[in-house]
Design a protein. Structure first.
Length: 368
């Protein structure tokens, strides 16, 4: 297995995987941008399709906003199959399920090599600190069925097939865990609740976005009160200023009971959780959208080399970067607790998160 910290490390390997694929390439990504990097990969995928590889690509209609139409035309013209997961027109047909985004990253080559994590395809990922896992995959894994589920849900509402809702074997003791917007699909949220409620020594949450569901927030607080060490690691600011103001609420509640917050000046995109010796890494933030609304994907396991790698990443992130802020006065914390349920609903239903990206030059410029 290998880990990658940014696109500059991962993209050369990804290019080789695309070029070496013999039978099938399955890619589902939240963001596939029509920029220099995205066009290079579109050309490679079209070339793979031209030599007889079955290439199928899902890009999210929100994460790839403004890029999707030209990318689709190019990929399809090259022989690849491509779909947008719930594009803008879907909003008018089914406004509520439009909010259920496919935030997962899944890269599967010949059903043997699996990649997942936080990176998408685009120039923005080249230098930004992130984490991406690449390793061997059991050919009998249910991950292709998961891809089929997302493919079928791209333009309709519905539920994921039950076969993909358990722990999906990947390699050795490592399993994949998928999550979706319906109660029975919220497997990452359920894993977090279960592990945090039984934690004995430590809870570490590294996530650029931190606005957990109210129930999870209560479990974190309960763990701290029974003596569990709790560390929250976030960037000091995200790319959504409005969101940063909301994030102050749960952090202030937790700081008041002794939770440690490490604010990182440099923006990072890593997402991982350590609970005692258990670990998780993948696409989901520790926030309401990821845990209760989006389709997400990650890896879970216990101990081993992945835990050591994540602990090393943790040491690098928090070295000399602890932030301790004065909590909001008790009266206002009590008021906000009463309103947290409304905030949770509003945050998942607000249309204000539609991205606005500047369009770049045509994909045709990337043709060889």
């Amino acid at each position: 297995m290998r880990f990658f910290e940014n696109g500059a490390e991962f993209y050369p390997v990804l290019k080789r995987l695309i070029s070496d694929a013999k039978r099938e390439i399955l890619i589902s990504t939240y963001a596939f941008h029509n920029d220099r990097v995205g066009r290079e990969f579109a050309v490679l995928l079209a070339a793979a399709a031209a030599r007889g590889v079955r290439v199928r690509v899902i890009l999210d209609g929100l994460g790839s906003w403004g890029d999707q139409e030209e990318l689709l035309k190019f990929l399809r013209a090259g022989g690849a199959e491509a779909r947008v997961f719930r594009n803008g027109r879907y909003l008018w047909r089914r406004p509520f399920s439009f909010l259920y985004r496919n935030h997962a990253r899944l890269f599967l080559f010949d059903r043997k090599k699996l990649g997942l994590g936080g990176m998408g395809i685009g120039r923005i990922y080249e230098k930004r600190s992130d984490i991406f896992w690449l390793g061997d995959c059991d050919e009998e894994s249910s991950l292709p069925q998961l891809f089929e589920g997302w493919w079928s849900l791209a333009d309709r509402s519905g539920r994921l097939p039950g076969a993909v809702l358990g722990n999906l074997p990947v390699s050795g003791d490592i399993t994949a865990l998928v999550s979706g917007p319906y109660l029975r699909e919220a497997r990452i949220y359920g894993w977090l609740l279960s592990r945090i409620s039984s934690a004995r020594k430590r809870i570490v949450i590294a996530s650029p976005w931190f606005l957990p569901p109210a129930r999870l927030l209560r479990e974190i607080a309960a763990a701290r009160r029974r003596g569990v060490e709790v560390k929250i690691i976030t960037p000091l600011s995200t790319d959504r200023e409005r969101y940063d103001g909301f994030r102050a609420l749960p952090l202030s509640m937790l700081l008041s009971i002794g939770v440690e917050w490490y604010g990182i000046r440099e923006y990072f995109h890593q997402k991982f959780f350590l609970i005692d010796e258990d670990w998780w890494l993948g696409s989901a933030n520790c926030d309401i959208l990821s845990l209760r609304r989006n389709y997400e994907l990650g890896l879970v396991g216990h101990g081993g080399p992945v835990l050591k790698r994540l602990e090393n990443d943790l040491d690098i992130l928090v070295s000399g970067k602890r932030v301790k802020k004065h909590p909001v006065p008790r009266f206002f914390r009590s008021l906000w607790r009463a309103l947290y349920g409304f905030l949770e609903f509003w945050f998942t239903a607000s249309p204000s998160w539609l991205p606005q990206r500047r369009r770049e030059s045509s994909i045709s410029e990337a043709r060889p």
